[in-house]
Design a protein around this ligand. Structure first.
Ligand SMILES: CC(C)(COP(=O)(O)OP(=O)(O)OC[C@H]1O[C@@H](n2cnc3c(N)ncnc32)[C@H](O)[C@@H]1OP(=O)(O)O)[C@@H](O)C(=O)NCCC(=O)NCCS
Length: 155
């Protein structure tokens, strides 16, 4: 019997002037200045996070996610890069990217499938985003649908 126990680690995180609260598992990603990462997060390779964005505790940011500046990723938000469309777990080469603009708020426990979300969007707690979002506003539910367009929210 073989038992393997690995420690979480913070390895090859590029960038400067960021804050990480341990324990976390982060590797081969880029954090811009003033980024905050709360405890119990995983941020995988090829992730890029923009200035002043906050990643709250227990979030999972998978490979190929790009998050703009001044975003808020709520506790336990989950990103997806493998749709498992072919009935199996895909390899790294088939994983899909997700892009969030600036000033995007992702509510607690939301799930973001591989999509693009424009700037100035709120995703409600527990929502599941399955399609690209191209218009600023608040989106809720599973699948997430627009609740209102927040003109006042736009910067
Ligand atoms: C999406 C959100 C911003 C909407 O807030 P709001 O504008 O005050 O909305 P209301 O509470 O007035 O709700 C309006 C409608 O949307 C529905 N709704 C609100 N949030 C929802 C959500 N997350 N998922 C599904 N439906 C939601 C309400 O049930 C209500 O439905 P109705 O019109 O059929 O009665 C807020 O509910 C939310 O989810 N915020 C995220 C908070 C969060 O995760 N914070 C993290 C740090 S603690």
């Amino acid at each position: 019997m073989t038992i393997k126990i690995l420690n979480s680690e913070i390895k090859n995180v590029k960038g400067d002037d960021y804050t990480i609260v341990q324990p976390c598992n982060l590797y081969d990603c880029f954090l811009s200045p003033k980024v905050f990462v709360g405890p119990f997060c995983e941020i995988q390779s090829c992730v890029w996070i923009g200035e002043k964005t906050r990643i709250q505790s227990h979030s999972f940011i998978c490979s190929f996610v790009k998050i703009g500046r001044e975003c808020f990723i709520g506790h336990g938000a989950m990103f997806v890069n493998d749709l498992m469309r072919h009935g199996k777990v895909d390899d790294h080469d088939h994983m899909k990217e997700t892009i969030l603009g600036n000033n995007v708020i992702v509510g607690t426990n939301a799930t973001i499938l591989p999509v693009s979300i424009c700037s100035n969007v709120i995703i409600g707690a527990g929502s599941v985003v399955t399609k690209n979002i191209t218009e600023p506003g608040t989106y809720v539910g599973n699948p997430a649908k627009i609740k209102n367009s927040n003109k006042e929210f736009m910067k």
